[in-house]
Design a protein around this ligand. Sequence first.
Ligand SMILES: [Zn+2]
Length: 348
Amino acid sequence: MNLVKEISYCCPICEKEHKVKVSEEKTKALIKNKSIEYKEIYYLCSETNEEFYPEKIMDENLTRARDAYRRLNGLLTSVEIKEIRDYYGLNQRELSNIFGWGDITVQRYESKKIQKETYDEVLRRAKEDPLFVYNELKKHKDKFTNDKFKELEFFLKNEIKKKQTILCNIEALKALYIDYDEPSEFNGNKQLSFSNIDQMLRFFSQSNNNLYKVKLMKLLWYSDVLHFKENNKSISGLVYTHMPLGALPLGYDILFQAFSNVVSIQVESLNYSDDEDIIGYRIINLEKVDLNKLKPSEIAIMNKVDTFFKEMGSKKISDYMHEETAYKNTNLGDLISFKLAARLKDLK
Ligand SMILES: [Zn+2]
């Protein structure tokens, strides 16, 4: 058994309030003739050492058992179904009605009943494909008030456009990187990792309130080369070119479109000097980083880079980078080899 916590509870065995242990234990159950394993919760009276199950705990255990069955059979769990609903801003009845299902179908799937595979497929598709949801909504328009329909239609149209922009740009980025499909000195021995780029963009935009595009590009490069220096592998798999303001990833413009759900860019006019207006591209964080999706070595390097350059703006970090051997030993437009990373200045 596994102690979760101790609480003060009105014990039904002793019929008085005292300390009760909330514990978990691996249990087996038979659902639809299949044996499944899940963690059951129970309460333990610390005076008689007897276990008991309050009603809400029995419900929770039933949900856990059913979710274990769902996971085992590749079905959406009750929480995942609710997440889809929340994403579209729908209540249980509305999500059912979009697909022409009975009013309480989704409510049952979120609480007790395990969904049939055909229903699961529809929900899964709804999760990925707002265009599909939009078409279903139009088919079942009569189930919605005019206001609700208009509201949903507006939301879905926007989601469809956003999603399409992202998908197109992800494909464009894949095409652009097709020449760097194998580990090499140019991608830091790493194939382009969309998941890592996603988290890097979240990390740096979340950690810096005053972040501009030029600086962000440098933070990516330093994270990649330092990680390469220590682990012989970069983090993102991006390929960098020598540009006037420092290292710039190949396809950086597409990159921002491909991750427009993670960071957005706000154009600003910055005054560096008296006679020249410079456009600044401020990076706005839209999604929080999920550190579970990165390796500890990657997080350590990114923290180090973030801290070191914290107080430097785009201009200072560019100047700093211009002193690197990796930059000095390449010409304008050249790819910057990760082999040069070994000669990187120490960040201190
Ligand atoms: Zn008791």
